[in-house]
Design a protein around this ligand. Structure first.
Ligand code: SF4
Length: 548
C-alpha cells in the first residue's frame, strides 16, 4: 500500500522532467519580467513623488518655513475629501485659539494652546524643525478655504481675521531673526535692515538717549516687572544694555516710517530712522492685518464667482464649515429661561455623571479650570440657563473663593461666559459639548472635566474602584455597578453612561443612546418630572429663589 503511493522513479530527461524544466524556466522568465516591471513602476512612482515634492517645495519655499503671507492661492490638485478635512482642521485650530483667548489665556498659555492645536490638527509647516512642503501646502490650502468659508458674514469675517492674526503672531514669534528677515524680504516688506554690530557700537550713546526719553518704552519695561515698579537707575541700566544689543535694532528707510517718526516710535539718528524690534513687530503685524482685511474683502467677489459653478462640490462644503460641530446627533437645546439658579441644585438627580462631578468640584473649590468652565457653562446653557442667570451663578460661586474678587471675576471670567452665549468674540451661539468632545478631552490632575467613565478607568490601575465608589453614591451597587465598570473599562463610555441612566431611572433606557450631557438631562426630566410636574417644580423653585 505504502509502495503504491510512492511516486514512480523516473529517469532524468523523461518528457515529464522536460516539461517541468520548461515550466520552471518560463515562470523564472515571468518572475524576472514582473520583477523588472515592478521595479520600473516603483522607480516611476518614486520619481513622480520626488517631482511633486520638488514642485511643492518650489511653490511654498518662497515663504519662511514657518510662515506664509498667503498672497498666492494654491493650485495643486486635491480631492474633495482632502479639501474638506483641511478646511475643518483649520477651523478647529482657529476655534481653539478663539476659545483660549476667550478663556483669558495670554502670552505663554496662549502659545501653548496654539502649539497643541496645530499639532492636534496636523497644521504645522515644519516637521521636527525642518520645512515640510506638504504641511505648508496643507496650511495654505486650509487658509484659503476658510477665508472663503468666512467671507459671507461680517461676524465670520471678524472672527477669521482676529484668530488668523493671532496664529500669524504666534508663528512669527517662533521664527529666528534670520527667518523673520527672509519672510519680510519674500513678502515685500522692503526697506528694513538689521543694524550691524558696528553701527550699534558707534551709535550706542545716541540710542541710549532716545530710549531714556521714550515714555512708551519706559512703560513697556515697567509692565514686565512683577511689582510694577521701575526706578530711574534701573531704567537707565536697561537702556544702556538694550542700546548696545544689535539684535534689538533695525535701520529703516525714512519714507517707510514717517508716521512712526512723528509718534516718536522711530528715532532719527545720523539721517537714518532707527526702530526697536518691538516696533518692527507691530509694523509687520499691522501690515499683515491690512493684507488680511483686503484679502477677505476680495474673497467675497471670488466666492460669488464660483458659488454656482461649484454648487455641488465646494460651495456646500464652504457654507457648512462654520456650522459643523463634532457630531452630537442630538441638537435639542433648552429654551432660554427654562432653568434658574435654584433649579440647577434642584435637578441634580438628572445631571449625568460628568456634570455632577463638575458641579461638585465647583461647589467645593469655588473654581474650575478653563476646560471645566467651558464644559459646564455650555451644558447649563443647554439645559436652559439664561445668560443673566449664568453670570450671577458663576460670579456667586467664584467670589466665594478668597482668590477671586468681584473685579477679578469681571476681568477674567465674565467674558468667557458671555462668549459661550455668543455675546462676545465671534458671537456664535455655541452648542454644548457632545459626549465625544468630553471623552476626547485630556484633563490634568487639577481638572474636573471630561467624561468620568473614561477618566476613572483609562490608565487607572484600581480595577475601576473609584468608578464603583462613584456609582455607589448614586445608589447603584452590586451586579449593575460591576457591569457598568466593565463596559467603561472596555472603553464603551457612552454605553456605560446609558446603563447608569437605566439603573437610576427604574430600568428605563434612552432609546437613542447617550450623545450629549444635556440630552441625558432632558431624557431624565421627562421621566422624573414630566412636563406639567416639571413646570410646577421649576416654578416653585424659581418662586423660592425670588423670595430668597
Ligand atoms: Fe457625560 Fe456623555 Fe460621559 Fe455620560 S457619556 S458622563 S453624558 S460625557
Amino acid at each position: 500500500m505504502g509502495k503504491q503511493c510512492e511516486p514512480p522513479n523516473r529517469a532524468p530527461g523523461t518528457i515529464f522532467e522536460i516539461r517541468r524544466g520548461q515550466l520552471a524556466a518560463r515562470s523564472r522568465d515571468t518572475a524576472t519580467r514582473d520583477g523588472a516591471m515592478l521595479g520600473a513602476l516603483k522607480t516611476n512612482r518614486r520619481r513622480d513623488r520626488d517631482r511633486a515634492k520638488a514642485e511643492l517645495e518650489r511653490k511654498y519655499r518662497g515663504n519662511a518655513a514657518r510662515l506664509d503671507a498667503y498672497n498666492t492661492a494654491p493650485d495643486d490638485e486635491r480631492s474633495i475629501e482632502y479639501l474638506e478635512r483641511a478646511a475643518l482642521d483649520r477651523y478647529a485650530v482657529l476655534r481653539a485659539i478663539d476659545d483660549a483667548r476667550s478663556g483669558g489665556k495670554r502670552d505663554e498659555e496662549l502659545k501653548r494652546a496654539i502649539a497643541s492645536a496645530e499639532e492636534e490638527h496636523d497644521m504645522r509647516r515644519t516637521t521636527r524643525g525642518t520645512f515640510d512642503a506638504e504641511g505648508a501646502a496643507r496650511d495654505a490650502t486650509s487658509h484659503f478655504l476658510l477665508r472663503l468659508a468666512s467671507c459671507r458674514s461680517e461676524e465670520h469675517r471678524r472672527w477669521f481675521r482676529e484668530n488668523e492674526l493671532e496664529l500669524f503672531k504666534y508663528r512669527y514669534g517662533e521664527l529666528s531673526l534670520d527667518a523673520k528677515m527672509e519672510f519680510m524680504r519674500a513678502n515685500g516688506f522692503n526697506g528694513y535692515a538689521r543694524a550691524s554690530e558696528k553701527e550699534v557700537r558707534e551709535r550706542r550713546d545716541d540710542l541710549r538717549d532716545v530710549l531714556m526719553a521714550d515714555n512708551e518704552y519706559r512703560q513697556m519695561c515697567r509692565s514686565l516687572k512683577t511689582d510694577g515698579y521701575l526706578g530711574a537707575r534701573e531704567y537707565e541700566a536697561i537702556c544702556v544694555k538694550d542700546a548696545s544689543d544689535a539684535s534689538s535694532w533695525f535701520v529703516v528707510g525714512f519714507e517707510e516710517v514717517c508716521s512712526l517718526v512723528r509718534s516718536r516710535r522711530a528715532y532719527l539718528i545720523g539721517g537714518n530712522a532707527w526702530i526697536r524690534k518691538e516696533t518692527l513687530e507691530q509694523l509687520v503685524f499691522g501690515r499683515f492685518k491690512t493684507m488680511l482685511n483686503k484679502m477677505v474683502a476680495e474673497a467675497i467677489t471670488l466666492f460669488k464667482k464660483f458659488e454656482e459653478k461649484e454648487a455641488h462640490r465646494l460651495t456646500p462644503l464652504l457654507k457648512s464649515v462654520h456650522n459643523r460641530r463634532s457630531g452630537s446627533g442630538y441638537d435639542f437645546q433648552g429654551e432660554d429661561g427654562t432653568m434658574s439658579i435654584a433649579g440647577i441644585e434642584a435637578t441634580q438627580e438628572s445631571f449625568p455623571l460628568c456634570m455632577r462631578q463638575l458641579y461638585k468640584a465647583l461647589k467645593e473649590k469655588h473654581h474650575l479650570t478653563h476646560g471645566g468652565r467651558r464644559q459646564l457653562q455650555l451644558y447649563l446653557k443647554g439645559i436652559g440657563l439664561p445668560l443673566d442667570q449664568a453670570l450671577v451663578f458663576w460670579k456667586t460661586e467664584f467670589t466665594k473663593s478668597p482668590d477671586c474678587s468681584a473685579e477679578k471675576f469681571e476681568k477674567d471670567y465674565a467674558y468667557g461666559i458671555r462668549h459661550a452665549y455668543g455675546k462676545e468674540g465671534k458671537r456664535v451661539n455655541y452648542t454644548p459639548h457632545a459626549c465625544g468632545q468630553c471623552i476626547a478631552a485630556d484633563p490634568g490632575v487639577k481638572d474636573a472635566h471630561g467624561c468620568p467613565f473614561k477618566t476613572l478607568t483609562s490608565g487607572v490601575k484600581d480595577n475601576g474602584a473609584r468608578l464603583h465608589e462613584l456609582l455607589g453614591t448614586l445608589k447603584i451597587s452590586g451586579a449593575k455597578s460591576h457591569a457598568i465598570v466593565e463596559k467603561a473599562t472596555n472603553m464603551h463610555y457612552q454605553i456605560a453612561c446609558g446603563m447608569t441612566f437605566a439603573a437610576i431611572h427604574d430600568g428605563v433606557e434612552i432609546e437613542a443612546g447617550v450623545h450629549t450631557p444635556h440630552q441625558y438631562f432632558h431624557e431624565s426630566r421627562k421621566i422624573l418630572a414630566p412636563p406639567t410636574t416639571n413646570e410646577a417644580v421649576l416654578g416653585e423653585v424659581n418662586a423660592q429663589s425670588v423670595a430668597a
